[in-house]
Design a protein around this ligand. Structure first.
Ligand code: SF4
Length: 162
């Protein structure tokens, strides 16, 4: 199952997370509270649940609404390469007219550039990268996501693609 939840984030709208857990294991992660709701007792960053959900039948109900993908996980974590849950979600929301925001620390999002461009034709789509330092060694100590260099390169490529 997948939950599209009203969110209390400062930017409002809906929050949707295609996975439970996050292998980036950021030391400063605020999302580890999710363990309480999912019964996980393992250390945050060491488990992942791959969600499943019935097809979103009426995506238009999100028209004009902010939909944030990746508030308590990274939808483009390494498991996405295999399970493609985030791609599937984006395909279901493609013609929704929603204002979609993808939050990531990965460059795997480049795999879906074709789809992102298509979505941006009928909806508004933004990809945001979290970068807390330009010091790769410090980054490696803080999280297990891809290098800052790769994040910046992905940012440039998505920007160049419009
Ligand atoms: S990428 Fe986000 S959700 Fe994942 S561990 Fe880091 S802060 Fe937490």
């Amino acid at each position: 199952m997948i939950c599209v939840l009203d969110t209390n984030t400062p930017i409002g709208g809906y929050s949707v997370n295609p996975y439970v857990g996050c292998p980036h294991a950021c030391k400063y992660c605020y999302a580890s509270f999710m363990k309480r709701f999912t019964g996980h007792t393992e250390e945050w960053g060491t488990f992942m649940d791959v969600k499943d959900w019935p097809e979103i039948k009426n995506p238009k109900k999100y028209a004009g609404q902010k939909v944030i993908i990746g508030t308590v996980t990274d939808g483009y974590n390494p498991l996405e390469e295999t399970y493609k849950n985030t791609r599937r979600l984006l395909e279901e929301l493609k013609d929704s007219g929603a204002d979609i925001l993808i939050c990531t620390k990965s460059d795997l999002v480049l795999r879906d550039l074709d789809l992102l461009k298509e979505i941006n034709e009928n909806s508004r789509l933004t990809v945001s990268w979290s970068i807390n330092t330009l010091d790769e060694e410090f980054k490696d100590d803080m999280d297990a996501a891809v290098s800052i260099e790769r994040r910046l390169a992905a940012m440039k490529e998505v920007y160049a693609a419009g």
